[in-house]
Ligand binder design. Structure first.
Ligand code: X8Z
Ligand code: ZN
Length: 616
């Protein structure tokens, strides 16, 4: 998502600008400032807002879609203008909703709808019109800068320019320290130019947040979770505390393998240099699997090779993911999905390649936007994106204000839950892997492969918004942006910068969600929730073995339970939705810990006697 009023679009980023002050729609007498609002007024107000969302939604999303799939200054103008208009409507609607504050007797649905109205945007709008316009322009500019970013080893020669996908491929495929360093450094240099814009953008977000009644933009973001914003912060700390021991074991083991691979090159403080993790942000270490495989030769799941060998096209990869959802009893994707999605990078123009899922009309015109190549990473991302798409389809019959995830972490967790079912047995079934080996060693191998993706991610998932919350509340000052970023990277991930950085750099800007202004804590929460969801789906399917061996592919009971949850959208507080699926009202890391229990035991044995831990 380029910028926030990206209504229910990218990746379930639920910001929505298409709201306005509703025209009176009922026959009830017009309320004035002095008259007392009634519950019936609230119902009429909510109905009016829902209608106004429908009235503006298609046009606003169209501006965002063309800006993301055809980056030019002109589409940027269209996008910024649409965003500005949408934010004004949203601000006016939120202001108008205040007359229902403290009114008793409002129906549960209308009260919920008013609550959801306040959550529509991660871009709270300043009252000052010039500031609001500036904010919309900056958002569009930052998004375009990221989407069109390229590193040219010889700036005078365009043939030496590489985009993010090309640079990422180097990190994923090459274990050459210097080649990786150049790719890493090259991409991070793209973000340098964003620093000034981001600093101003953050000021404007804060101004908008204060104008809307929050202390700062971070508090506004933390207010979307049906709990006190301070409690949400404490909740993320609690969950991190539950999973940190597992992450630390993984970090220690992987670091040991890297030390062997790069003798004499690793830092002495126990951290891993960011550029040798196989991923631009060190958030997913899957590419290191060949280096860290516990039992080489024991199990040979190589989805990358199989996709290439079998000449999987992007559409075939999408069809495979669709087939999984259909096997649970969910509907086929509409024909328009395949006609209108962007599945491959166009050859003739810049686009935002970061994967996203869009609902462009609140009634079935759903699409994804990706630049698919035949890799396991993209294959898995498609399953992730379709999670958003099926959420949209399941709640499309709800009023627009309820067309949202139970919270944003739920939206991110749906497709990820499905990913957990891509077991060796499933991959064999669809012809992408040989017959699964049933041995303890094969289990550990498979767990390692998944942990490099899901466990390595956890600290990263948490720290991005630790950084932004700090920027917004002023505890991270602009002259300290980059240093604070690396302090957090080191503290949480035990990952360090491979080369000295300075405040000339703006490394947070090298991560999509920062210039795109997409809150990130959702992904951390999703990584906890998806294992809770999976445990419940496996129970519904009657599976009684170890959780890590369960795949609910083809199971209609599990599918029904999942679909029922998706259909609730944002119509009720998330703890209720969670309880309906899992029996618990709490997010809880016990499922992810149970899931990885065999690997944790194995890692502890490998690391015994080693000097684990890092200086944070
Ligand atoms: O941004 C995404 C999705 C779109 S919502 C591709 N993810 C995060 C990331 O790439 O940083 C999925 C995992 C985390
Ligand atoms: Zn997503």
């Amino acid at each position: 998502m380029k910028f926030q009023p990206r209504l229910l679009t990218m990746a379930g980023c639920l910001a929505l600008a298409a709201c306005t002050t509703p025209a009176p729609r009922s026959d009830s007498p017009p309320t004035t400032k002095t008259s007392i609002a009634t519950p019936a007024d609230a119902d009429a107000f909510v109905a009016g807002i829902n209608q106004d969302i429908r009235d503006h939604y298609v046009e606003d999303v169209a501006a965002q879609w063309v800006a993301a799939t055809y980056i030019t200054p002109d589409t940027g103008v269209l996008e910024a203008k649409a965003s500005e208009r949408g934010l004004i409507r949203l601000k006016d609607a939120i202001d108008a909703s205040r007359r229902f504050d403290g009114v008793s007797g409002i129906s549960t649905d209308s009260a919920r709808a008013i609550e959801m109205l306040k959550r529509q945007s991660a871009m709270p709008a300043p009252r000052n019109p010039a500031d609001l316009a500036e904010m919309a322009t900056l958002a569009s500019r930052l998004g375009a800068a990221y989407g069109s970013g390229k590193y040219c080893s010889d700036p005078a020669d365009p043939k030496t320019c590489r985009n993010l996908n090309q640079l990422s491929k180097v990190l994923a495929e090459s274990r050459d320290w210097n080649a990786d360093l150049e790719a890493w450094q090259g991409w991070h240099s793209v973000a340098r130019g964003m620093r000034g814009d981001y600093q101003r953008f953050a000021e404007l977000l804060n101004e908008g947040a204060r104008d809307t009644g929050y202390a700062d933009a971070g508090q506004a973001w933390r207010s979307g979770y049906d709990m006190d914003p301070a409690d949400l912060r404490a909740e993320t700390d609690r969950l991190w505390g539950q999973v940190k021991p597992l992450y630390s074991q993984l970090q220690c083991y992987v670091r040991g393998k890297l030390e062997k691979n790069y003798p004499g090159k690793m830092p002495k403080d126990g951290t891993i240099p960011a550029h040798i993790t196989g991923n631009m942000w060190a958030q997913d270490w899957s590419a290191l699997y060949p280096l860290v495989q516990p039992f080489p030769g024991v199990s040979g799941v190589d989805v990358d090779a199989a996709l290439k060998k079998q000449k999987y096209t992007p559409e075939k990869m999408v069809r495979s993911a669709e087939d999984f959802y259909k096997s649970l009893g969910m509907p086929a994707l509409p024909a328009s999905f395949f006609e209108r999605s962007q599945l491959v990078r166009p050859r003739d123009r810049d686009v935002v390649c970061h994967a996203s899922a869009w609902d462009t009309n609140l009634e079935g015109d759903v699409r994804i936007k990706m630049c698919i190549t035949p890799t396991e990473e993209d294959f898995r991302t498609i399953y992730h994106e379709l999670g958003h798409i099926y959420y949209y389809l399941a709640y499309n019959n709800l009023p627009p204000l309820f067309q949202a995830g139970a919270h944003d972490g739920f939206h991110e967790a749906i497709g990820d839950t499905v990913q957990l079912n891509l077991t060796p047995a499933y991959l064999h079934r669809i012809g992408l892997a040989g017959a699964p080996k049933e041995s303890e060693k094969a289990v550990i191998n498979a767990q390692m492969q998944l942990a490099l993706e899901k466990i390595a991610f956890l600290p990263f998932g948490k720290l991005i918004d630790e950084w932004r919350w700090g920027v917004f509340d002023g505890s991270i000052a602009p002259q300290n942006y980059n240093a604070a970023w690396w302090q957090l990277r080191q503290k949480y991930q035990g990952v360090s910068s491979p080369i000295p950085r300075s405040e000339e750099d703006f490394d947070p800007g090298a991560k999509y969600h920062v210039p795109a202004n997409t809150p990130y804590m959702r992904y951390f929460l999703a990584h906890i929730l998806q294992f809770q969801f999976q445990r419940s789906l496996c129970e519904a399917a009657g599976f009684s073995g170890p959780l890590n061996e369960c795949s609910v592919y083809g199971n209609k009971q599990a599918g029904e339970k999942f679909w029922a949850m998706l259909g609730k959208g944002g119509s009720q507080p998330w703890p209720k939705t969670l309880k309906e699926l899992t029996g618990s009202e709490q997010m809880d890391a016990s499922a992810i810990i149970d899931y990885f229990a065999p690997l944790k035991r194995w890692l502890e044995a490998q690391n015994a006697g080693k000097d684990c831990g890092w200086q944070g």
